[in-house]
Every structure is written in structure tokens, then in C-alpha cells.
Design a protein. Structure first.
Length: 254
């Protein structure tokens, strides 16, 4: 298993020489209601990334756990960094592994609040021809499956995320508190007034911090989500591994 942090510098040399694609899990440490752990987002992203660690063309980097989460700050335990700090940190990590010869990467993300920052990182690394490192959320490509399983779309600390954590870290879920999470949950993200979103922080529209119906969660559904997510990530790694690096730079498309 190629988890870079568990290698010595000598054995890392061999692993990096074989690797085509680095996987960098990112997420957040933020409230996910009374039932799910604060690390829900990075735990899910890390589990999906590590499922591919046995592939010789893949190296899994240490997880970046804290992300852009200030909008959850009213809930105890939430940690956050500003987007510029997060961008710079992720950029430096990807640039570091690129300096060792692995210049293709996927940022395996578990927190939607990181999206804008990760897109900027990907553009900057590509423009400077340091690395090609698109971000990918673990739920990407799972809309149909989520609709089939739950007749809904992704919320927050909802049936989707609760199911995923039941599959990857069941011992951290307080299942008896799922009902409390749902009792104080919002039906949708934000609060609209005449077309404007006035719910800028989660506490503005959700008493429990959840959005959705977490009592509909199940480990079985989570395993389906996990399996599909790992299949999607594996396909992306295959696509990226097959591409010549020169063809991925912006000049190649002019």
C-alpha cells in the first residue's frame, strides 16, 4: 500500500518512481450535527482515496483535514482557515510531490466549501506547468445513485453523508442522535428572501446544523455510495494516467 507518510525516504523513492498519479485527500473539521463526527468530510475523502492505494501507479498523500468552513463557526468544534491559506497549503503540497516527479494529481475532496479554492489551485498549478491537479468531490457522478437511494440530492449531515460515515467509520456515528439531527434540520441549504440568500451561515437556517433527513441513512446505502465513488475515482485516475503531461498544459489547447 503506497501511503507516502508511512514510507521511509528510501522506499518512498521507489514508490514515487512508479507512481503516475498522486491523490491528496482534503476535507474539513466542522460541525455535522449531533450524530456525525467533526471529521466527516476528510474521513470520507481519505477512505475513498486509500481504497486505491494498492495500485502501483498511485501514491496517496497525507490528508489536509482543515478547510474553508467559517460558515459553520457558531457550532462547537468547528475549525477553519481562510481560503488563501488553504489554497497556498494545498498548492505547496502538490508542488512538493511534483518536485519528486509525480506531476499529475487528484485532490480528493470531501467538503463543498473547499471547491472554489481548489479550482483556483488547479488553474495556478496548470498555468505555471508545475502539476495538473484537478479537484474531485467524492459525490461527483453519484447524483443518479443518490436519487435512487434516497429520492433527494446531497445536503449536509443528511442521509447521504450519514450513510457514507456509517460505511467508513461506523464507530464514530452516534446513531441515537440522528433523530435529534433531523428534528433541527433544514430542508434545503440557505434561506432565500426575494431571490437573495440571506442565510450566510449554517446557524441562520438550521438549528441542528443538518440539512436533510439523516434518519433515512443506512450502512448498506453508504457501502453503495463508497463503492461507486471509488469506481469513479479509479476511472479518473485511469484517464489521467493515460494522458501525456504535455497535452495537459494550457498551451496544448490553443
Amino acid at each position: 500500500m503506497t501511503l507516502l507518510a508511512e514510507r521511509t525516504t528510501t522506499t518512498a523513492s521507489d514508490a514515487l518512481a512508479e507512481a503516475e498519479v498522486a491523490l491528496l485527500p482534503t476535507g474539513s473539521v466542522e460541525q455535522h450535527g449531533p450524530a456525525l463526527p467533526l471529521g466527516t468530510d476528510f474521513l470520507a475523502a481519505e477512505a475513498v482515496a486509500r481504497e486505491l492505494a494498492d495500485r502501483e501507479e498511485v501514491v496517496v498523500l497525507p490528508t489536509v483535514p482543515v478547510g474553508v468552513s467559517e460558515h459553520h463557526r457558531q457550532f462547537d468544534g468547528t475549525l477553519w482557515t481562510d481560503p488563501e491559506t488553504f489554497e497556498a497549503y494545498v498548492r505547496d503540497v502538490v508542488a512538493s510531490v511534483a518536485s519528486h516527479g509525480v506531476r499529475k494529481a487528484v485532490v480528493v475532496n470531501g467538503h463543498g466549501g473547499n471547491d472554489d479554492a481548489l479550482k483556483r489551485v488547479a488553474r495556478d498549478l496548470r498555468q505555471s506547468e508545475v502539476a495538473f491537479a484537478p479537484s474531485w468531490n467524492w459525490w461527483s457522478g453519484l447524483d443518479d445513485l443518490i436519487a435512487e437511494l434516497f429520492d433527494t440530492s446531497l445536503g449536509h449531515a443528511d442521509e447521504v453523508e450519514s450513510s457514507m460515515v456509517l460505511a467508513v467509520a461506523e464507530d464514530l456515528v452516534r446513531e441515537a442522535a440522528l433523530a435529534d439531527a433531523e428534528a433541527g434540520a433544514s430542508d434545503s441549504w440557505g434561506e432565500r428572501v426575494h431571490g437573495a440568500n440571506v442565510g450566510l451561515d449554517t446557524a441562520d437556517f438550521s438549528d441542528s446544523g443538518a440539512v436533510g433527513r439523516p434518519t433515512n441513512a443506512s450502512r448498506e446505502a453508504g457501502e453503495e455510495l463508497f463503492d461507486r465513488a471509488t469506481e469513479e475515482l479509479a476511472a479518473l485516475v485511469d484517464w489521467l494516467g493515460d494522458r501525456d503531461l504535455d497535452a495537459l498544459w494550457p498551451e496544448a489547447h490553443r
